[in-house]
Design a protein around this ligand. Structure first.
Ligand code: GDG
Length: 498
């Protein structure tokens, strides 16, 4: 088997499956979404494996195993599960990943709960993942690890004797040195990332932040390479880091948006909304998505331009997320209250300014929403990339929608030339941008939309996977492999004490 055909192991916190309990049985369906779509052809063609947590805890039994095996057989590659207990899940997932890393990396340090027991649980679970990977791969091969749940996987794998190649991609932003430095385990986290051969970020800004943190904390010095890559020389080992902005399956979104079913559904939805111009928001319920700021900006637009009343609606889809975390429940309550207040303030006999749905919808319904909307309002306070902004553009097959995009979404680096870019903290500026989008003449809309659709099409998810994998594989020729004690170059005294 040549290098380019080498078997690939993908690792992510969740396996790409959806498990639903039906009485005492389990229904297991294949997952959807960009990452799965991008990996499917590569894994099925060359053979491979996906390692992850199936989504249920050890306490819930193993009745899902036959279903998982079936999905694995149908998809043509193996699904290797990592079983976690409820306690591990709480400390690792709800604790360290979502109450430390997520808020810190999205610029909300005050929301962090820096509890040592969370960090310990995170280490334990990363070790469990490493065990499962090592058991499957032995000492060699190529493993691509995804996201902030698994920073420690490469170090722990190497401790178990693994000598193959490891690559990592961070889907969320990397914080500035000011924010990053607040982390009690900051050196450990950086040194964990420096155990990978290739580390990928969403944007040049994230890469720059990483580089500044590594240099600022004195761990290594970055050397600039071709294509914006950075190279950290650690003696016997070299680590590369780069920006690889993730994309979507553009063709799939465009095709679906044009389909008969979706075209019909667009007409129905438009009819239901009284033929108003639709401003669309689609977000997981999360404080990083700037939902409350967005409502205030919309309210201000209506306040300043009363002529828009009965002409425009904000259609907001909020997708439930992390429902058992108290903070997310509180955010939902506040959001519900604000929607009620604004609707109470502006509604007339036949018109309501905000249509709000709190559920998950199917891909066709989502496509219809994207296509019917005259404005895509994507205003996260911070976002690694934000796929919704790209999906909206791909679905704008009539090319007459306008994208209003937060400068703090990773996507802004690529889409700034066609979108109206806003600072979502600046309510007044966002309101003005929204007004501009609603009233933008047709020619300008088409010109801008065409420009961004081209970027989204060129840098789709296949391009992303291909460029990342090509870089990871190229490294084999240029880099000496890590040997023996070099692994522990960054062993932290504190870590040993934990
Ligand atoms: C993380 C990073 C980065 C949403 N509602 C429905 C639905 N969705 C799909 C969208 C989109 C995805 O969920 C959301 O992706 P985002 O990128 O917007 O945000 P995160 O979930 O926070 O993702 C982010 C991403 O990873 C990838 O690297 O861009 O910055 O935070 O694909 O379509 N899909 C369906 N029904 C819904 O109701 N079917």
């Amino acid at each position: 088997m040549s290098d380019s055909e080498e078997e690939l192991t993908i690792v992510s916190n969740r396996l790409p499956v959806v498990l639903n309990r039906c009485g005492t049985d389990w229904q297991v369906d294949p997952g959807t979404g960009g990452l799965v779509q991008a990996m499917n052809p590569i894994l099925t063609e060359n053979g491979g494996c996906w390692v992850g947590w199936p989504g249920v805890t050890k306490e819930e039994g193993t009745g899902w195993k036959p279903g998982l095996e079936q999905v694995s057989a149908d998809s043509g590659y193996e699904l290797e599960h990592v079983v976690l207990t409820q306690e591990q899940l709480e400390g690792f997932y709800e604790g360290y990943a979502n109450s430390v890393v997520w808020p810190l990396f999205h610029g909300f340090p005050d929301r962090c709960e820096f509890r040592p027991q969370f960090y310990r649980a995170y280490g334990e679970v990363n070790d469990r993942f490493a065990e499962v990977i090592a058991a499957r791969m032995g000492r060699g091969g190529f493993v691509w690890i995804h996201d902030y749940h698994l920073f420690e996987a490469a170090r722990r794998l190497r401790q178990k004797g693994f000598r193959g190649r490891t690559a990592f991609f961070l889907h969320i932003p990397f914080p500035s040195v000011e924010n990053f430095s607040k982390l009690p385990w900051r050196e450990e986290l950086l040194s964990d990332l420096l155990h990978y051969d290739l580390v990928g970020f969403q944007t040049r800004r994230d890469l720059h932040h990483f580089e500044t943190c590594v240099e600022g904390l004195g761990l290594a010095t970055a050397e600039k390479r071709e294509q914006g890559l950075r190279r950290f020389d650690l003696g016997a080992r070299v680590v590369e880091a780069g920006a690889f902005p993730i994309g979507i399956d553009y063709e799939d979104f465009a095709r679906r948006a044009r389909s008969e079913t979706v075209t019909q559904r667009v007409e129905e939805l438009r009819g239901d909304l009284g033929d108003c111009q639709v401003v669309l928001g689609v977000d997981r319920l999360d404080y990083s998505k700037g939902l409350l700021h967005r409502l205030r900006a919309y309210e201000q637009t209506l306040e300043r331009h009363p002529e828009l009343c009965e002409e425009v609606v904000l259609f907001q889809l909020v997708v439930p997320s992390r429902e058992n975390v108290a903070e997310y429940q509180a955010l939902k309550e506040e959001f519900d209250r604000e929607v009620g207040r604004i609707n109470g303030r502006f509604s007339t006999a036949g018109w309501q300014p905000i249509h709000y749905r709190y559920n998950r919808v199917g891909p066709q319904e989502l496509s219809a929403m994207y296509r019917m909307a005259s404005v895509g309002l994507v205003t996260p306070l911070r976002d690694g990339m934000n796929l919704v902004s790209k999906e909206y553009c791909a679905s704008q097959v009539d090319e007459d929608g306008v994208l209003v995009l937060s400068e703090f979404a990773g996507a802004a680096e690529q889409l700034e030339r066609g979108a109206i870019v806003v600072n979502p903290y600046d309510i007044s500026q966002t309101a003005q941008a929204l007004y501009r989008a609603i009233t933008m003449p047709g020619d300008e809309r088409r010109q801008r939309m065409r420009r961004i659709r081209q970027v989204v099409a060129e840098s789709d998810v296949y391009h992303w996977a291909e460029s990342f994998l090509t870089r990871a594989r190229l490294r084999e020729e240029t880099v000496q492999r890590v040997v023996g004690s070099e692994v522990d170059k960054f062993a932290m005294p504190e870590r040993r004490g934990l």
